[in-house]
Design a protein around this ligand. Structure first.
Ligand code: ATP
Length: 241
């Protein structure tokens, strides 16, 4: 079997002694989008922090293209191609859009590619990031990640503070990036139906454990099972993957 773009096995992580997430298994091929779902406090952000190296993980392994990522080493994770778009967007608010993109870019041509994806940013190149609308700031946060040429993009709460119509405009861009560049995406998103329409596969967490996983289309087709998973029930055996 060829190495997955991202393979996570038995991942455990937390903030003090007791782990918050336990036994997380994820596998994504190149260009696949996985929706990481679950109720508030389920452990979605913790999972992304542990994958990105911003949080040390305990047991388990994280591999990108077959190579192990060391625990708690965010720069190393970024060098190996794993880039996080955090929910606070982490922009340099007193720098312009152009400066934010240039500072993150691995090579000059990438900025032009990203501006083709987000034409609105091209119109706002000289504007300080702090003066952008919420939707424009999210475009810039995605743009800053994409100019790093990620193999795996981790997106935490794309829709944070945004109207659904803005999110509906951003998700197709993420899908296009995955399809056209082979970047794999882990998408944490509260708008479940929008996330499932964009994703190939999905995993539902509850209380830090995986309670349901499968093809996004199968989860859409079985809303009762999805709802039960959100309430923390393990998936019924005949439906679980
Ligand atoms: N910095 C922290 N220190 C201690 N505990 C934390 C910290 N951040 C999160 N937690 C706890 O870890 C658990 C999982 O939180 P996490 O933010 O990963 O959930 P989530 O699924 O992303 O939720 P939400 O959708 O509300 O963002 C929660 O019980 C939360 O209180």
């Amino acid at each position: 079997m060829t190495a997955a773009r991202l393979e996570v096995t038995g991942l455990t992580a937390g903030y003090s002694r007791a782990p918050v997430i336990r036994g997380i298994d994820l596998r994504l091929g190149a260009g696949e989008v996985l929706a990481l779902l679950g109720p508030n406090g389920a452990g979605k952000s913790t999972t992304l922090l542990a994958l990105s190296g911003l949080l040390r993980h305990g047991e388990g392994t994280v591999r990108v293209d077959g190579a192990d990522l060391p625990s708690g080493k965010p720069r190393q994770a970024a060098r190996q191609g794993l880039v996080l778009v955090p929910d606070d967007r982490s922009l340099f608010t007193t720098l312009t859009v152009a400066e934010n993109l240039r500072l993150a870019a691995v090579r000059r041509g990438r900025v032009a590619d990203v501006l083709d994806l987000f034409p609105r940013l091209r119109e706002r190149l000289k504007v300080n990031a702090g003066a952008l609308s919420g939707g424009e700031q999210q475009m810039l946060a995605l743009g800053r990640a994409l100019v790093q040429d990620p193999k795996v993009l981790l997106i935490d709460e794309l829709s944070m503070g945004l109207a659904p119509v803005i999110v509906q405009g951003l998700l197709p861009v993420i899908r296009r990036v995955a399809d056209e560049t082979g970047t794999s995406v882990v998408l944490v998103e509260q708008h479940v139906s929008l996330a499932l329409q964009t994703a190939d596969t999905a995993v539902v967490l509850a209380h830090g454990e995986q309670v349901l996983s499968g093809a996004a289309a199968d989860l859409i087709a079985d809303p009762e099972n999805l709802e039960a998973a959100y309430l923390g029930a393990p998936a019924t055996p005949e439906r679980a993957s």
